[in-house]
Ligand binder design. Sequence first.
Ligand code: C2O
Ligand code: CU
Length: 505
Amino acid sequence: MRLPHALRFALAVSLAVGCTDPAPATPDATVADVADVAAPDRAPPEDLAPDLPPPRAPLPAVEGLPELTDEDPDPRVVQVSITAAPTTVTWRAGRETRAIAYNGLIPGPLLHARVGDTVRVRFRNELEEETTVHWHGLRISDLMDGSPAIQEPVRPGGTFTYEFVVRDAGTFWYHSHVNTEQQIDRGLYGAIVVHEAEPPVVDRERLFVLDDVRLDTNGQIGPTLTSGPDVGRGRLGNVLLTNGRTERLTANAPRNAVERWRILNAANARSLRVRVDGARWKVVGTDGGLLPEPYEPGEFTIAPGQRFELEVRMEDPESAAAQLVAMVPVAVGSAVEDRDFILAEVSFEGEVEPRPAWVAPNVTLPDTSPAGALTRSWMLSGAVVDGGVEFTVNGRAGVGHGTHGPVGEPVDRVAQMTPVRITLRSNVSPEHPFHLHGQFFQIVAPELRAAEEPGLKDTVLVRGAEPVTVLTWYENPGRWMFHCHIAEHAERGMMGEVVVIPRSE
Ligand code: C2O
Ligand code: CU
């Protein structure tokens, strides 16, 4: 009901004093006059109640993984329950692989929220060992980050409630941060999708969580590695998994449909070269969400920990399906060749009208060439110590994830909102997907990589001896772990901590 203000007020007053005749308040009565008559502390009638925000539109569906159930009716709060427990899976015909999982599923179910939501996760540990849950890529409070350097790990049988506000839209993931070489490899990882307030309109969204596992002849994942090339490279699998499945995923879509594909690499060590066949596609988002400008790379490498978002247009008149293809090196005789593995196939069925290009929300990225940026240089290295391999950053080995407590003296202390250029170099192992918790950064050098790999990232691939420079603004105060996302490297010391001092201090 919309009435002129004076009349509404008069009605309210008359109702409050039990009078059904609105006449006492004449049109020229002042608010003060009327207020004198009214009972002072009555509840406002309904049409004077403050305007409540409209109910929120449902989140766009994301196909690929079942979703965690939101247990809180408040549209701004997503409350879910996650339990880590042993399970078995069939990844090899006739063999039961002993694994561990969140809510019995590998990957764990999708945590789905909208930017600005409060997320509350009631976590229970039913494993026989300690664990924590880390929210990879989310810029939340360090106290909720699941870093065992800060959080006392959750004991077997124990519980912990994680609560945080998701301030960035994008594709993220959650995983164990204790004994990761075993716990992530055996299945403790799941995906997070945080939608934009007004997400780009597409026909469908799909999520592809990529992984590989090394299964022995009994179909089991082996014990923690101690030495040899598997430590040097990290444990590469012999079975590829897409959303936890060994077989090609299949689906249908009408011709001309426009889809948003979110791809995440949860493997311990394997970077994957990926492309899409049979459709027109672009990269529209990276670790930190949508890009200001999509780009068309032809193929891209997704390192462990990283995410890419694609716009896929089912427009190729020559093809019958869009395929997600990974190019994986395999041994052929004494040589190594890249072979195509079709991870997923979306067959064209029916047709819709061609759509205009999607209108992405306005995105601006932080300045990458600010005056007065600080510079840092971090060397990733390793050595044989007491017969085992130890990995280091700037000559220091952080203690393993499994050990609670500081990961050693912080490698750096900086004030929040300080632009810092960090040059990463390595003299050990072919590559290191380097991850910084709680912050985003952009690649700024070499120039070619900066141009070819735009967007916000929380993980960057350090390749061979080629230095790569990233720029971060350290926007999020707290104690932040960084480490190589090859679990075998991180667990053997390739990690450290940065302290970001809040600006107000
Ligand atoms: Cu994903 Cu510290 O990791
Ligand atoms: Cu590494």
